[in-house]
Design a protein around this ligand. Sequence first.
Ligand SMILES: [Zn+2]
Length: 654
Amino acid sequence: MTADARSPLSPTVRTSSSLDLSATPRVTVRPVPHGLVTINAGFWSNRFRAVAQHGLSTQLTHCQSTGRLENFSRSATGQPFEFEGYRFNDSDVYKWLEAASYALAQHADDALEQAVNAVVELVAAAQQADGYLNTYVSSGSTERYANLTDDHELYCMGHLIQAGIAHRRSLGSERLFNVALRAANHICAEFGPHDRTEPDGHPEIELALVELTRETGDQRYAEQALFFLDQRGTTPPQLSGESVIQDHAPVRSQHEVVGHAVRQVYLAAAMVDVAMETDDTSLLAASAKLWESTYERKAYVTGGLGARYQGESFGADFELPNTRAYAETCAAVAGVMWNARLLAATGKVRHADWLERTLYNGALVGISIDGTKYFYSNPLGVDSTPQPGDDRGANSSVLQQTQTGHARQSWYPCACCPPNIARLITSIAGYAYGQSDNTVWIHQYLASQVTMPVSESGAITLDVQTRYPWDGTVDVVVTSAPSHEIELRLRIPEWACNARLHVNDKPVSVTPGSYAGIRRTWNPGTRLQLTLPMNVRLVEAHPRVQENRGRVALVRGPLVFCLESEDHPNIDLDAIGIASNTSFASTFDEDLLGGLIKLEATGVLLAPKTNHALYQTASPQSHRGPVRLTAIPYFAWANRTPRAMRVWLPLVTQ
Ligand SMILES: [Zn+2]
């Protein structure tokens, strides 16, 4: 890549966005397109650059070397061929195109744009005359729509449609968009009440079709998405009827998240999308019920989703194992997408809070600091030596990870996660701001400038400076504003007790877990300063989370921290406990892993486990002593030698 690291990430196409709700009828807060936001410094600028300058090029190399691109070029011949890889590998190429399009909207890069154009031509050439596109089927491996439960054809074309929309919005090109449109028209012609009626075993097409309605203004695509939603859980079932693919009940009657986590969350997100476009309140209510099931009983402290290896699935309520957490990176990305849609639909701060928690922890852990290595599953504890039998139910990608002691991998046989986290990070600015009538919302605190048209008479421009999440100070300057009242709403996270807000040095009262709203006619130069507390919090889990009874996680701001054995040589991490009155030193170490905050404290070294019988009569711990502990942000673990790691530590009574 040739991106110039010195120049700011300035938007070249002002409308680039992953979610365009500008004309959506039932919406509370419209997200501001990331094309209107300039990220010029800070935490997310570094993550964006890692993906744009290194991640995307290495991902493309893997798409080439693993036959993913070759599958397209061989499909274009019209002759049968030997297909390489998994049947759904087309989707990785589409997600790469989506991520690369967003990156190019933020930062011109000739080499990347040429690569995108070349891949677009490969994709276009592989499309069949009626708009159908799937290289696995084109290879002759199976027939069209022979097995919608497993073959992922609509899933793949869904990602094609999302890539086509992203390419058009980001680069103004019709080339890939027309391919996507033809695919969507084919699907609408093929599936309907009087034609094929089965939904896809892996939801995704629904999200894509709704976004296509937003892009074209043609309601037919959203209606097609609604049709697919209503084909799940029919009697008799049209797929397998199993809960692992959410085919066990009609979507409006599904009140608990079950089965494959990524599929479930894409489905729940699509329910919100369709609800917003069609004003179907029952769909929104059903998705909100699923949200409560997820984030009140089945989510990790990191925002990670999916407890079980088997079926890559959600577990029972409060079933949240640490070392055997599945928590696929894609599920966290899906969680961000779901919360963003619920936030738009309802304006409820809890969705912005969980979106933040997931972004900084459960999703970001899925990509290395340098942007070129990935995690598929994301455990919250890892032992130095993998235990025999620990891989039960793991697919080949997770096996590849666990058998290397959870070393980050540059690619996976099933490579859904790398381009998924890439498309999230390259569109990250789209999650920061929102708009409603004469109201501007700041959901996430990113160092950035944003100009938002707020009325026919003008726009408001905000300059946000912050080192968040390393530092809790957020400075917002209104650099231009129309001459009428506008309400500015700033999110006060639920964890931010003692948060303070000043407007031109005058205090404004705020409440954690809400938006602080200030309505006035804004004079250019007005300064707001939000100070969020960055004390270390000892967070406990619900007592029904069996593995975490008597344990706490270290959390500072939005960041969950962890211990790595790299920082504790010759010490069993299980022997490190923490007292409730521990004081922590937070230090920014610019030489550690690209620069990050580390926590240091005196912990409690518990009785050594040597000579401890499997069972013995309990006695007061007599061998306790002090131990220096160092914690780093969870997202940054395994960027050094992969060894042991712990998020949850025993809470010790002094
Ligand atoms: Zn994945």
